[in-house]
Design a protein around this ligand. Sequence first.
Ligand code: ITT
Length: 225
Amino acid sequence: MLFQDIKKSKGELDIMDEKTTILFVTSNSGKLNEAKLALNPFGLNIESFHFNEEFPEIEEIQSSELRHVAKDKLRKAVTIVKNSSNKLGVMVEDAGFFIEEFDGFPGVYSSYIHKTLGIEGIIKTLTGIKNRDACFKCVIGIHLDGEEFFFEGECKGRVSEIALGTNGFGYDPIFIPNEGNGRTFAEMNSKEKQKFSHRGKAIESLRAYLHERNQSPTSNQCSGS
Ligand code: ITT
């Protein structure tokens, strides 16, 4: 059942439409577009939170665990988003790129390393190193009716020898997932990336949970965390 299929009386229309809307608090338009692509077909709207002078960004805590970062991000997001009670939920996501040879680095520091070293810097650092195994991981946090739920996704693959492709964002041009015929994420269209990606998997778990919760007479019966 699509979320839009919930029976609506005339006056409830707008309220119910808002109740199919998730407010995604992210500064990353690539993440936002991928979430829309994955969830819109199921009748879930994804709205972005517009950062402003008062709230220019969410400052991330230093932690070695994506889940801790996501949990902290979610609490901060819920605080800065006022009047979200008319929405289905408030969502955040924390992701990282983990290179095996470097014991998982950049991992939780992926954003900083992407801005400083960049993808060409990663390729240079791996010159002459045989083990190019890497993975993407992400944790989605969502605040629903006063409760927090978390959904994880992982995608294993390797770092390419050269940057290839123009689609996607971030580390996509240098990541070759194990599934996907040896192409980088940046050589795939968004739908293909979604099939294999960490985000695609985490979003699918979220979608399945929301579907189950929507069908349950009392929403507290399901646990997604
Ligand atoms: P937020 O506002 O949501 O925190 P961000 O871009 O800072 O956005 P993260 O800290 O979660 O997001 O991401 C860490 C880095 O990993 C960042 O440089 C991203 O561009 C990159 N990244 C995340 N998901 C990716 C993906 O699917 N493909 C390529 N790079 C990705």
